[in-house]
Design a protein around this ligand. Structure first.
Ligand SMILES: [Zn+2]
Length: 191
């Protein structure tokens, strides 16, 4: 699957909209992105995760992995499909008192993990998951994400593979070229 094929799936499902948007931050942007809208179609989500796993195998050559782990909620469907594509088990960490914890599953010493996530902007949730794996004696073989919004700024202590890299272009409302063009400003549904 090429970057264009992937982009097309995001656009067809309205997960990626092009236009003139006011973001929650108050900034204006030419794009609005909501990953959940592509994930509402399990077959498409499955194809994307298979493509991500193929890319990980290509880029990493040796991908020895026992288990996939993902941060809830956003990462759960991705982690599940990535684990299916790899043929390994899947576990997740979840929010408790505003931080991620491992509640339901056990990690064995030396167990090798792929961390899966849908979208990374700053990478805080992925880093928390890396820390939990290490604190429990596991190892992080790789991090696989569907969409990297960090512009290369999110880096971790393990190789990172993303299916799509799209960094939003944002403008201050007082200096927005789209406003100057007179394009109608859209307030997309908040998350
Ligand atoms: Zn504007």
């Amino acid at each position: 699957m090429t970057q264009e094929d992937v982009l097309k799936l995001f656009e067809e499902t309205s997960a990626l909209l092009n236009g003139h948007f006011e973001l929650r931050s108050g900034l204006h942007s030419n794009q609005f992105f909501q990953c959940a809208l592509v994930l509402q179609y399990p077959r498409i989500a499955g194809q994307l995760c298979e493509a991500l796993v193929e890319k990980m195998k290509d880029e990493l050559k040796e991908l020895e992995v026992d288990t996939v782990i993902a941060p809830a909620m956003g990462g759960i469907t991705i982690g599940h499909d990535v684990a299916r594509a790899l043929g390994v088990r899947f576990i997740f960490v979840e929010k408790e008192d505003n931080k991620l914890v491992l509640r339901r599953f056990k990690i064995k010493p030396g167990e090798r993990f792929v961390i899966a996530e849908d979208v990374v902007t700053r990478g805080g949730r992925v880093q928390e998951t890396v820390d939990i794996v290490k604190e429990n004696g596991g190892e992080v073989a790789a991090i696989g994400i569907l969409v990297n919004r960090s512009g290369g700024k999110a880096t971790f202590d393990a190789p990172l593979v993303s299916l799509l890299d799209i960094e939003p272009i944002t403008y201050d409302p007082s200096d927005c070229p789209l406003c100057r063009e007179g394009l109608e400003l859209v307030h997309p549904g908040s998350k």
